[in-house]
Design a protein around this ligand. Structure first.
Ligand code: PEP
Ligand code: MN
Length: 345
């Protein structure tokens, strides 16, 4: 159950409601928002009499039963889409948002050149890993703090916001100092210690789907973030592992629509990791716009042949310019259908 308290409910009213919920056998998770306190009652207990009690309790605005195991991120809890403001841009809002940049931050020249090129054609958010989760311990692990500083420099020069991966709970504070959005990579989607510490962080989180994770597991990981205090989450479909070997991963494109039914959180698509091949990225990017994702995250490199990581799936700057040009008519249609859907509600 989710219980929304009235805007100015008193502390006594809130404590009383929590106490009564516990008497019915549930555990209490309260989230203190700017405007109101929302209480999640989870676990096994007598739902119907508890709901009746809550409806009559002072200070309660509404109490609803949520059947999904993920409560706060479900559409049942919130029908309208969550919009996440990052400086001037809004993910989940009225514009299709493109995040672009190299897989890894490699040098000042590389990140500045990429940032300027992607900003010039309409990307709003610069991606780039300073901490890299590599399969081999002998591969480039990222420039770490130096990489974060270069991202901040590129932001200052271009006005782009920055999304970058945080690999470990111990780095959350440091990464948050430089990033606008904290990326949780596929390999860390179920790193609950990391999710809990990001719950306490003020920055929005880009949560990528684990390569062998179900959508329910993805949503449960998002629920961790909200339950620990951070409701600003962008979900990302980046392909899953299947028996197919022609592509690096198999893009579960339908996941975008499924997630749109199940959750109010914005969903973006990563056509780079989903395919592993730059020739396939533009077609999948178009599919992402067409299916109603809220945006894309695309790998771009000034010289992919020399990239320290993921060169094969990185677009050249020219290819990215062409992609943005080719996406324009699709993005116009996207906007029309977004506006029409909002008007129909
Ligand atoms: C990345 O964005 O470069 C990355 C490592 O992605 P994923 O976690 O989806 O593999
Ligand atoms: Mn990559």
């Amino acid at each position: 159950m989710i219980i929304s308290m009235r805007k100015h409910a008193s502390k006594e009213e809130i404590d009383h409601v929590c106490e009564r919920i516990r008497e019915f056998g549930f555990k209490v998770h309260s989230i203190v928002g700017d405007e109101r306190v929302v209480i999640g009652a989870v676990g096994v207990g007598d739902v119907t009499p508890c709901l009746e009690m809550l409806e009559a309790a002072p200070g309660v605005e509404s109490a609803v039963r949520i059947s999904a195991p993920y409560k706060f991120v479900s559409r049942e809890f919130q029908a309208e889409r969550t919009r996440i403001r990052v400086n001037g841009a809004e993910v989940g809002g009225d514009d299709f948002i493109v995040m672009a940049g190299p897989c890894s931050v490699e040098s000042e020249k590389q990140i500045m050149e990429t940032a300027e090129a992607v900003a010039a054609v309409g990307a709003k958010i610069l991606r780039g890993g300073a901490f890299k989760p590599r399969t081999s311990p002998y591969e480039f692990q990222g420039l770490e703090l130096e990489g974060l500083k270069l991202l901040a420099k590129a932001r200052a020069a271009t006005g782009l916001s920055v999304v970058t991966e945080v690999l470990s709970e111990k780095d959350v504070e440091m990464v948050a100092e430089y990033a606008n959005i904290m990326q949780v990579g596929a390999r860390n989607m179920q790193n609950y210690a990391l999710l809990k510490s990001l719950g306490k962080c003020q920055r929005p989180v880009l949560l990528k789907r684990g390569m062998s994770s179900t959508l329910k597991e993805l949503l449960m990981s998002a629920e961790y973030l909200v339950a620990h205090g951070n409701p600003s989450i962008i979900l990302c479909e980046r392909g899953i592992r299947t028996f197919e070997t022609a592509t690096r991963n198999t893009c579960d494109i339908t996941a975008v629509s499924v997630l749109n039914e199940l959750t109010h959180l914005p969903v973006i698509l990563d056509p780079s990791h989903a395919t592993g091949k730059r020739s396939l990225v533009p077609a999948l990017a178009r599919a992402g716009v067409a299916i109603g994702a809220d945006g894309l995250i695309v790998e771009v490199h000034p010289n992919p042949e020399k990239a320290y990581s993921d060169g094969a799936q990185s677009l050249t700057l020219d290819m990215f310019r062409a992609l943005m040009r080719d996406l324009k008519p699709y993005m116009r249609l996207w906007k029309e259908s977004r506006v029409a859907a909002a008007a129909a509600v």
